[in-house]
Design a protein around this ligand. Structure first.
Ligand SMILES: [Zn+2]
Length: 207
């Protein structure tokens, strides 16, 4: 063996370099395989976020909105807001104008119960990965690359995890492939809170 290495040292060196490259690539692949994607990427290449906070929410009084859903929304938004020095997600208020409430309202989150309608025109980012979604969020990007409006459709109204997950999307968070995160796509395996990295990113975006 030694004799072989001595007489073929260039080949051995090349072999060693290739081996090191393979090992480094593998380690890198494993280290980056899972984890936060963080904020969804907008068309400008920047992370999607609202320009101003608190994010305000509207629901249609004429719809099937329930007191339980509003309570769940409120407790989820308070849980998220407790991570910040100010409110990032505001209360959800009924549509006060006489004319019919539009599906999309500029500058607002529109809260709906039930399965989602097809995404309205102008939706640039939404939540396409959940096949049996407990909730669905559509985000509308404005012409400055901010989130200009959002639509939330809640199916599993009594599930705290679904509310936190969808409000994570509303703030701009993408899915997280780590199972201990609330942003994990599959409800059953989902963690119970936002990851510390998600909170850090959101604080950078909103504080
Ligand atoms: Zn999701």
């Amino acid at each position: 063996m030694w004799k072989f290495l001595k007489s073929h040292w260039i080949m051995s060196l090349i072999g060693l370099v290739i081996l090191l490259m393979v090992v480094t690539t593998l380690i890198y692949a494993i280290a980056t395989r899972e984890g936060d994607i963080g904020l969804l990427e907008g068309t400008t290449g920047k992370g999607l976020r609202w320009k101003t906070t608190p994010i305000t929410c509207v629901y249609d009084l004429g719809s099937s909105m329930t007191a339980q859903a509003l309570e769940m929304y409120d407790s989820a938004r308070k849980e998220i807001n407790s991570q910040f020095s100010k409110d990032v997600i505001g209360a959800c208020v009924p549509w006060a104008l006489k004319r019919k409430m539009p599906e999309v309202i500029k500058g607002e989150l529109v809260l709906n119960l039930g399965p989602p309608s097809p995404p309205a025109e102008g939706v640039t980012v939404y939540d396409p990965f959940e096949s049996k979604a407990g909730g669905t969020t559509y985000l509308h990007e404005d012409d400055q690359g901010f989130i200009g409006a959002a639509q939330l459709y809640m199916v599993e109204v009594s599930n705290r995890k679904v509310w936190l997950h969808e409000l994570g999307h509303v703030m701009g968070l993408a899915h997280d492939r780590r199972m201990d995160s609330i942003m994990y796509p599959s409800l059953n395996d989902r963690g119970i809170e936002l990851s510390s990295k998600d909170i850090k990113l959101l604080r950078e975006a909103y504080e």
